[in-house]
Ligand binder design. Structure first.
Ligand code: SF4
Ligand code: SF4
Length: 434
């Protein structure tokens, strides 16, 4: 249990009362909750967590136990999809975490690490590039492979599991493409902005390139606006609301006035937050209207392409695929059909639905690092579902899920390939022979 000190008795923080009042304690969300399915404990279910939030709102102190149960939530929002009362659980848990962040103080070392990661690393292209280069050196020197091998042999304890989740560096980094405009192939159908993310520039540079190529193939002029940066999703999910708001303002200033038909992301977690800028900045007079406009333009790349209608010049990908719903796409943005529709449009690709496809894989932003033990249990169950499909490819729509599922394949899989839906489309376009 994490040690902390209460530093503020301020009470006008935390989940809004009208959000708390929506829950009628029916329990219909319990089976949709990955932590409840693993632990079977009411306090680690959506209903139990809401009950604890109600107690705190009524004046009960924030205790280490409360912090632990709220921290153990994946913020996957599976409970939102299951709830017949329209409980906005994702917003409530973000508010609860922001309150914990404001009213308590973590130990010195934890504060320094969080300050560095959230306050500096994720917001700085140069620091991310340095971290990516160091990671790359570890990879080519064999250090990373050694760490993973020792982890798989259970010789590194908890650090071994973290080793499985380390992202790969993917040089050349996508930062060099920020500020560029990529022309549409053929007749221009749309002009779009592409949000390249933060860590994705380093660890998913090839995915970002594939996304741009697929958009170009579909008649889009793609602008990777200069001045854009981290969307703030990781900050928001960790209760660091002030930084999330600052980053939202920066992205709005960088992108909004570019005359775009849409603002595209290939990361479901980022997309959820980008679509909620309107709410995040509703009380900032100079940004409220701009934030609403910005959010209104945001589209997940799968949602955008399915609505636009795919360029049909797709070659064959002769393989079998299953699809893992990214929580922030299925539950956060209510997009389930579009990625499946795109996969089914690829010639030769046989689609197999997995049981419980919309149950979280355990990635959940930085959850798999800070709550590693639970994340690995959730992942093991997910891989059982993946394995029963017999599919050779696991597709998903979020970089964080790609990392988590890659670790899942290494630990419990059958040598499946893990790919973003857009990477499969890109492969199909490259396979087209006319
Ligand atoms: S969150 Fe929704 S489904 Fe869960 S107990 Fe409350 S009202 Fe019922
Ligand atoms: S967000 Fe996910 S982990 Fe958290 S209570 Fe809801 S279903 Fe459970």
């Amino acid at each position: 249990m994490e040690d902390f000190t209460v530093i503020s008795e301020q009470t006008d923080l935390g989940p809004r009362q009208f959000d708390l009042d929506r829950c009628v304690h029916c329990g219909l969300c319990l089976n949709a909750c990955p932590t409840y399915r693993v632990l079977g404990v009411e306090m680690d279910s959506p209903r139990g967590r809401i009950y604890q939030m109600v107690q705190v709102a009524a004046g009960s102190p924030i205790t280490p136990s409360y912090t632990e149960h709220i921290g153990l939530c994946l913020a996957c929002r599976g409970c939102e999809s299951a709830c017949p009362s329209g409980v906005r659980y994702g917003r409530m848990v973000e508010d609860a975490r922001a309150e914990i962040e404001a009213r308590t103080q973590r130990p010195w070392l934890a504060r320094q690490v969080r300050q560095f990661v959230f306050g500096r690393l994720l917001q700085s292209r140069s620091l991310l590039s340095i971290a990516g280069t160091m990671l790359y050196v570890a990879e080519i020197s064999g250090l990373k492979a050694l760490g993973r091998a020792l982890g798989q042999m259970r010789l590194l304890g908890r650090f071994g599991d973290l080793q499985q989740l380390t992202p790969s560096a993917d040089p050349p980094f996508f930062f060099s493409q920020i500020g560029r405009t990529f022309p549409a192939e053929g007749e221009r159908r749309r002009r779009v902005a592409f949000m390249a993310g933060c860590i994705a520039n380093v660890s998913f540079a090839r995915l970002n390139e594939a996304t741009v190529r697929v958009l170009q193939k579909n008649g889009c002029e793609v602008v990777v606006s200069a001045g854009q940066g981290c969307c703030g999703a990781l900050h928001l999910h960790s209760g660091i609301r002030g930084d999330a708001r600052k980053l939202a303002c920066r992205n709005i200033d960088a992108v909004l006035d570019g005359g775009f038909d849409a603002i595209i992301t290939n990361a479901a977690g980022c997309g959820s937050t980008l679509k909620e800028y309107g709410e995040l900045l509703e009380d900032l007079p100079e940004y409220a209207e701009k934030a609403r406009r910005f959010s209104g333009l945001v589209r997940d790349v799968t949602e955008f392409l399915a609505a636009l209608g795919l360029n049909p010049r797709l070659g064959s990908v002769n393989a079998s695929v299953t699809y893992q719903d990214s929580c922030h796409l299925a539950h956060g943005q209510k997009i389930r059909k579009a990625p499946r529709q795109l996969l089914e449009a690829i010639p030769g690709l046989a689609f197999h639905e997995m049981p419980g496809a919309d149950l979280c894989c355990g990635s959940a932003g930085v959850y798999n690092v800070v709550q590693n033990a639970m994340a690995m249990q959730v992942l093991e169950r997910k891989m059982e579902s993946v394995n029963v499909t017999g599919a050779g490819i696991v597709a998903t729509a979020n970089p964080g899920c790609l990392l988590q599922l890659q670790a899942g394949v290494r630990l419990h899989g059958k040598e499946q390939r893990v790919m973003h839906v857009v990477e499969l489309l890109d492969l199909a376009y490259r396979n087209y022979s006319g």
